[in-house]
Design a protein around this ligand. Structure first.
Ligand code: SF4
Length: 767
């Protein structure tokens, strides 16, 4: 093949026609059907014996942590199995028997692979060998590990400045691997450490840190059974955090009232059948949500301002606010309450789409109870006003003094098993000076002080040719990020892209001029190092750090652990001059944990405490002492305007969501069982009246179009599906609809892509 061969790689996969079907949404989540579907996935990928072995270990005290979401494990683990349907799918996908070998890459060129979608690529199985795509070549070929590390070292050393390199991390990365990874980047000289939380809960961390002094949730599992009212806002736990339904059921049985706030009536929160209860098989299940507020897309500030305004008006009559708490622990109440009084009900009702009666009923509920928990996910964070959404939730809790006490607090539910842990151990483009001081002290070097690039900034820098080497620890950057065509161009402008992965995905097909695939161990697999078998650790949504040890034989003898891969890259890039004992730390991960303990507060006696069956809680001043480590030492009330979405003629406000057969960009199957959609992923859910007004039929194919800054973006061939959602709203799945989300359409402050409120049009296709 000519050296200057130009690869004709597609940024978007070919659109495969899918017959599929559209049924009525399900009324009940989990139950026997969930078990059947989970077992089918397990048997298809792993076979019976392997399934029994692996599923008996997931989330158990001597087992491995589920590579799915970050919902915590109860102290009393179920011997029947401590996992949900989607946890079983995540485990089955990682522990699959299918393999992607060098022979596979000999047959499939990157051009051919770039035509394939995530579902097809993900089903090829586990990567077995390090592979290289040389400049001008059409196919990956095998490469020795040392040669791969040398290529990385040479390319990094060839850069004009360390800031031309980007070290991206996905939330599956363990604490030990993440800490070494950030150390490599900083010893090399850059803070370019973007991660997947930039695209999900960055608005939560950023917003909470400002108003309560900690960027994490402040509740424990036990708090749910003490709570009187639980709000679940902009979150679909039935699909994205399924074991949370069991926790909500327990809370419900303990007397809690559950308020579901979402544009979509998510099945899991309607009724839940616990698959480990007889009545979960024979009965009709537990009704979870007592109140469903079908808010307009991005209508949450309006809705919660309405609830707070009603509460304030109620307080004028009888004392319902936590005045002593407000007096003693908060600041900004005057401006906040004045803004509420000045906010007309008309704008609240119009922007929220919720009736005054429903709002007042919710306010009444809040007025009667003080143990309130507010849970949320991307439905709040992925908007231009994502930070304002998060801080508005805090305002309500402050009015009732519902922070830092049993049964009360904030609960941003993390979607990736260790995304919170990665941030805690240093995966952060904007590290604190204290962290850098302690890191420099522990390793005897001067870390870079210039803040680095987050995910959106990294895409823009690569597109501008300012970043030339992109390394990805796990994840699927191309499909997880917005503006797919633009991001594809950005990656292809790099001199080198490196993917440290377990399975194939589209980021392996859309690459830099040269590319490397470095296959790593998964969570389910045993990790043997010089000092013996190792375990890693992760931090869940509630700040519990616990161990995870796999026991399966690795999918290939050529795999390496994430820490070992980082050490290999570090040796080749930094040589012995770094003065850092990478091999010693990889030989026994206790050495890594000793360093984490030395650098990061809260990890005292790390190696001893992480061996405890339930791990340990990291300090949380709000949860532990109702202490607000903000600039003022008080919690802050904040004032936020109601966002305006004046839709142009014929336009819709689109939000991207996951189907029930998906985990981030990993597509387990083509069904979205809870929403009644079968065998289809390119769907656009619309209100039936909007369909009628637009003359659209159920099942008709349309193109979706967004226009931002004069740039038209098209996502072709989406099937119209009638669904219950507010007027002029549209729901689609990512990654298919990410091509419509402009890279610079982001949340103020947190820079999180605003994938939940994108203006689109539907363009009819020629008959
Ligand atoms: S709830 Fe989340 S962590 Fe738990 S088994 Fe399911 S996917 Fe895994």
């Amino acid at each position: 093949m000519a050296a200057n061969y130009k690869r004709n790689v597609q940024a978007l996969p070919d659109v495969v026609s899918a017959e599929g079907a559209i049924h009525e949404p399900k009324e009940v989540g989990a139950g026997p059907t969930g078990v059947r579907v989970a077992m089918q996935h397990a048997l298809d990928e792993m076979g019976l014996v392997r399934s029994l072995k692996v599923l008996n270990q997931v989330n158990q005290k001597d087992g491995f942590d589920c590579p799915g979401c970050a919902w915590p494990d109860p102290e009393d683990r179920s011997a029947l199995g401590e996992y949900c349907e989607n946890g079983a799918k995540a485990v089955a996908t990682e522990a699959t028997q299918a393999r992607v070998t060098p022979e596979f890459f000999r047959v499939w060129s990157v051009e051919a692979l770039s035509k394939k979608d995530e579902y097809w690529l993900g089903k090829r199985g586990r990567l077995t060998h390090p592979m290289v795509l040389r400049s001008g070549s059409s196919h990956y070929e095998p490469i020795a590990w040392d040669d791969a590390f040398r290529l990385i070292g040479d390319e990094l050393q060839a850069l004009d400045t360390p800031d031309e390199a980007v070290f991206y991390a996905s939330g599956r990365t363990s604490n030990e691997a993440a800490f070494l990874y950030q150390l490599l980047a900083r010893r090399f000289g850059t803070n370019n450490l973007p991660d997947c939380s930039n695209m999900c809960h960055e608005s939560s961390g950023y917003g909470l840190k400002q108003v309560i002094g900690v960027g994490k949730g402040t509740v424990t599992l036990a708090d749910f059974e003490k709570a009187e009212v639980i709000f679940v806002v902009g979150q679909n736990p039935g699909t994205n955090h399924p074991r949370m339904l069991g926790t909500l059921q327990k809370a419900k049985r303990a007397g809690a009232t559950i308020v579901h706030v979402n544009p979509l009536p998510e099945t899991g929160l309607r009724r839940f059948k616990h698959p480990q209860e007889v009545r979960g098989w024979l009965g009709t299940g537990t009704r979870l949500a007592d109140l469903f507020l079908q808010v307009r897309i991005n209508g949450d500030v309006a809705l919660f301002k309405g609830i707070m305004k009603a509460l304030l008006e109620r307080d004028d009559a009888d004392d319902v606010l936590a005045n002593a708490f407000i007096e003693e622990k908060t600041t900004g109440f005057e401006a906040f309450s004045e803004d509420l009084r000045q906010t007309p009900w008309s704008s609240i009702l119009d922007a929220s789409g919720i009736s005054k009666a429903e709002i007042e009923a919710t306010a009444e509920l809040v007025a009667k109870h003080e143990r309130l928990i507010i849970c949320w996910a991307m439905g709040l964070t992925q908007h231009v006003n994502g930070v304002a959404n998060v801080q508005t939730m805090v305002n309500l809790l402050l009015m009732r003094g519902a922070l830092g006490k049993p049964g009360a607090g904030v609960c941003p539910v993390r979607g990736h098993s260790n995304v919170q842990g990665d941030r805690t151990v240093g995966i952060n483009p904007r590290p604190s000076a204290v962290f850098l001081d302690r890191l420099g002290e522990a390793f005897g070097f001067a870390p870079p002080r210039r803040h680095g690039l987050d995910t959106v900034e990294a895409i823009q820098a690569m597109h501008a040719g300012e970043a030339k080497v992109f390394i990805s620890m796990g994840g699927n950057f191309l499909s997880a990020t917005p503006d797919t065509a633009y991001t594809a161009e950005a990656l292809q402008r790099c001199r080198l892209t490196v993917q440290i992965s377990t399975k194939l995905n589209r980021s392996h097909a859309v690459t830099g001029q040269q590319a490397l695939i470095l296959p790593c161990l998964g969570r389910t697999e045993s990790d043997e190092q010089a000092s013996g078998l190792q375990f890693v650790s992760v931090e869940n949504s509630m700040g519990i750090v616990h161990n995870s040890r796999g026991s399966l034989s690795p999918a290939s003898e050529h795999l390496r652990s994430e820490p070992a891969i980082v050490a290999g890259m570090a040796r080749a890039t930094l040589g012995d001059a770094s003065g850092i004992h990478w091999d010693e730390m990889v030989a026994g991960y206790d050495h890594i944990r000793e360093k984490i303990e030395a650098v990061i507060p809260g990890f005292d006696n790390y190696n001893q405490r992480v061996r405890e069956p339930d791990g340990f809680y990291l300090p949380n001043p709000v949860r532990d002492d109702q202490q607000f480590n903000t600039k003022t030492g008080r919690a802050h009330f904040t004032v936020h305007a109601i966002p305006k979405h004046d839709l142009p003629e014929g336009a819709f406000l689109m939000m991207t969501v996951r189907s029930h057969d998906q985990y981030n960009t990993t597509i387990y199957g083509l069904d979205d069982r809870y929403r009644g959609i079968k065998g289809k992923r390119r769907v656009v859910m619309l209100h039936p009246t909007d369909m009628t007004e637009a003359g659209l039929r159920k099942g008709e194919e349309v193109d979706l179009v967004s226009v931002y800054d004069g740039v038209e973006r098209i996502a072709p061939r989406f099937t119209v599906v009638p669904f219950s959602l507010p007027r002029r709203s549209a729901a689609t799945y990512f990654p298919e609809a990410n091509v419509l989300v402009p890279v610079n359409h982001v949340a103020k402050g947190s820079n999180t892509p605003a994938s939940k409120s994108v203006v689109i049009w539907l363009r009819r296709r020629p008959a």
